[in-house]
Design a binder for this molecule. Structure first.
Ligand code: PMT
Length: 399
């Protein structure tokens, strides 16, 4: 199952470190090569020799010891890995990851990694529920780090609660699932739009909206994880470019229309998460509009409806729209799905707490042309995106 895969296991200093030896053993039995990086505290619990014997590879513990090969080891390890798992992940290493601290071998590798990272938290339940830890976990989730556990149960300190590391078999099952599911959209070309368009009024002002781009960028990232070739057409958004996407930056709805239409023919899937202005100022004032102390009336003219145009020109593409609603979300969303000839529509009530613009979470319903729908609970945007990608993959097979 994992033949040819290279997995980097980070072991931090918790009593569950002894269980990670079994993780290495199970991964190897499935054909993976496992590089182990231990923190100094981890070596207090389990000897590097144990991991070296089980992984049959050098174990990395110290930035400054004699290198095992002549390259910059923490960078080359990060570059060679197909996947990273930190197990056990203590409160300390999770905090360092959240803050980007790189003060030992493991935290430095983790900062250089560009492949998916899984963590299996393990700590006392009070530490787990501490607001600082919860905040760090939230930051990591937001960044797309995947969590396995923690489980609830008896803890080494003699108490019970959340914070136990999941069993090695559960961790390995999850990692195996990643590789089996990972490439389910390999070879598919996907176009995602994100962000909020800006419609200039004069050289210093524009009409815009509250879209941060978080939802659309998460969708782009989830498609990359699924192996698709992703083009992201983004209106202004103050977010890092997701790894592996082809980025096209636009400002206005008309720019977005042009760019999207120019690459539409070659796409297999299109997801329109961008918040596109329906109107733009009818006239662009070449100079800054002066304040006159009176009411100012702006004339607006309609922008092209990109989703509608895509629906009209649709051939083989699977077309997904979003709908930002403030009332009667499902009814209005269903109307948009029908009118715009989409294959699926993701509706969010942007007035609901934890949903819509700027938030890290969203609450959405998937609407389908046969009138059925699937309601998702409040989830992180990357989790919503992953659900969406899975749903699209499923529907495309039956389409
Ligand atoms: O970016 P975030 O801060 O994370 O916020 C996420 C979001 C709220 C922007 C996102 O979840 C969302 O709802 N995106 C769609 C916003 C929107 O424009 O909705 P709408 O109901 O006005 O448009 C319906 C669909 O038509 C959308 O797919 C939109 O991209 C498309 N459209 C709209 C107008 C237009 N002129 N052209 C279009 O293609």
């Amino acid at each position: 199952m994992l033949k040819g895969k290279r997995i980097l296991l980070g072991v931090s200093g918790g009593i569950a470190a002894y269980k990670s030896v079994e993780i290495v053993s199970r991964l190897r039995k499935q054909g993976a090569e496992v590089d182990v990086v231990m923190t100094k505290s981890a070596t207090e619990f389990v000897s590097p020799l144990t991991f070296r014997s089980i992984s049959a590879r050098p174990v990395y513990t110290n930035m400054f010891e004699e290198p095992k090969s002549w390259n910059i080891e923490h960078i080359s390890l990060a570059e060679q890995a197909d996947l990273v798992i930190v197990a056990p992940a203590t409160a300390n290493i999770l905090a360092k990851m959240a803050l980007g601290i790189a003060d030992d071998f493991l935290s430095t590798v983790l900062l250089a990694v560009r492949v998916p990272i899984y963590v299996a938290p393990a700590m006392n339940h009070a530490m787990y529920h501490h607001p600082a830890t919860q905040r760090n976990l939230e930051t990591l989730r937001e960044r797309g780090i995947s969590f396995i556990g923690p489980a609830n149960g008896f803890q080494a300190c003699g108490t019970e609660g959340d914070g136990r590391m999941c069993e090695p078999i559960e961790i390995v099952t999850e990692l195996t699932r990643f590789f089996s599911e990972k490439q389910f959209l390999k070879g598919q070309k996907v176009l995602v739009t994100a962000g909020g368009t800006r419609e200039p009024l004069d050289p210093v002002r524009y009409i815009g909206n509250f879209s941060s781009g978080k939802m659309g960028y998460a969708v782009a990232r989830a498609f990359v994880e699924a192996g698709a070739a992703v083009t992201l057409v983004s209106a202004p958004a103050d977010l890092p470019v997701p790894q592996g996407v082809k980025m096209i930056r636009v400002i206005t709805a008309e720019d977005m229309y042009r760019e999207v239409l120019s690459v539409y023919q070659e796409q297999d899937i299109v997801v329109k998460a961008a918040a596109v202005a329906d109107y733009r100022p009818a006239v662009f004032a070449g100079q800054k509009i002066k304040k006159k102390g009176e009411n100012l009336t702006l004339e607006l003219t309609p922008n092209p409806d990109i989703l509608l145009a895509l629906g009209q020109k649709k051939e083989h593409q699977f077309l997904v729209g979003f709908a930002a609603e403030t009332q009667h979300a499902v009814e209005n969303g269903s109307e948009k799905l029908r009118k715009k000839n989409a294959d699926m529509l993701v509706v969010n009530d942007v007035t609901a707490p934890g949903a819509g613009f700027g938030t890290d979470t969203n609450i959405v319903s998937f609407l389908f042309p046969d009138g059925s729908r699937k309601d998702l609970p409040q989830m992180n945007k990357i989790e919503v995106a992953r659900e969406l990608v899975k749903e699209i993959a499923l529907l495309k097979k039956v389409k």
